[in-house]
Design a protein around this ligand. Structure first.
Ligand SMILES: O=C(CO)[C@H](O)[C@H](O)COP(=O)(O)O
Length: 233
């Protein structure tokens, strides 16, 4: 196994790729390993196309020589491989640490199969230690923030909500032109209730709870790569 667990997880997922596949390409440092390894296969003759989940991944994929397409050209993908910030035992995820959650969720939802690749540090007994990213429209930010707080409380959670900032102190703007609120909740005892509550808030574009999307995960730790399938729960 590679001495880099992220790369080992990416290499395991690469084994699922077949000629002719339409692939969703995730965002983040783990997904970047997958893109790089896939690029090596493409250069050796593998025929696939990819839909990137962020402008950052678009750049990496272009550099790696992977032919790209869009969900307009390819509205159903065979396989998406993406990282995660947290994974629970039912393959519910927190994503969006890299601010790409909106496109990541659209691409995952358009895929027959979503496979998560991660190091074992991402596995949790309960979601919530990682701040939950919530993508919101710039218009009405303070009002949306208040509504988000109420939705969080109704779902039995509490914590601080902060606008994600760029290093220059201005609000970070996502690839789709929105802001991100990061909700530090500590624990999310009922992720489904929170997901439903947040989805109902006007101004919330998407949130980083990925529920029922990942079908399996490759999780790499010191003793090797563990394969988890959702059907096994
Ligand atoms: O959701 C994501 C980006 O929006 C990433 O997949 C997540 O943040 C994990 O990143 P990394 O592989 O760098 O730990």
């Amino acid at each position: 196994m590679s001495d880099n667990p992220k790369r080992a997880a990416a290499a395991a997922a690469l084994e699922l790729v077949r000629p002719g596949m339409k692939l969703g390409l995730g965002t983040g440092s783990t997904a970047a390993h997958f893109v790089e390894l896939l690029g090596v296969k493409v250069k050796a003759g593998l025929n696939v196309v990819g839909v990137p989940t962020s402008e950052a991944t678009r750049g990496l994929a272009k550099h790696a020589g992977i032919p790209l397409t869009t969900l307009e050209e390819a509205p159903e993908l065979d396989l998406t491989v993406d990282g995660a910030d947290e994974i629970d035992s039912r393959l519910r995820l927190i994503k969006g640490g890299g601010a790409a959650l909106l496109r990541e969720k659209i691409v995952a939802n358009a895929s027959k199969r979503m496979v998560v690749i991660a190091d074992s540090g991402k596995k949790v007994a309960m979601l919530g230690a990682f701040p939950l990213p919530i993508e919101v429209i710039q218009f009405g930010l303070e009002a949306t923030k208040r509504a988000v707080v109420k939705a969080i409380e109704r779902a039995g959670c509490q914590g601080e909500i902060r606008l994600r900032l760029r290093p220059d102190g201005h609000g970070l703007v996502t690839d789709s032109g929105h802001f991100i609120l990061d909700a530090s909740l500590g624990r999310i005892p009922d992720p489904e209730a929170l997901a439903d509550g947040l989805a109902a808030v006007p101004g919330v574009v998407e949130h980083g709870l990925f529920i029922g999307l990942a079908s399996e995960a490759f999780i790499a730790g010191p003793s090797g790569v563990e394969h988890i399938a959702r059907s096994s729960f």
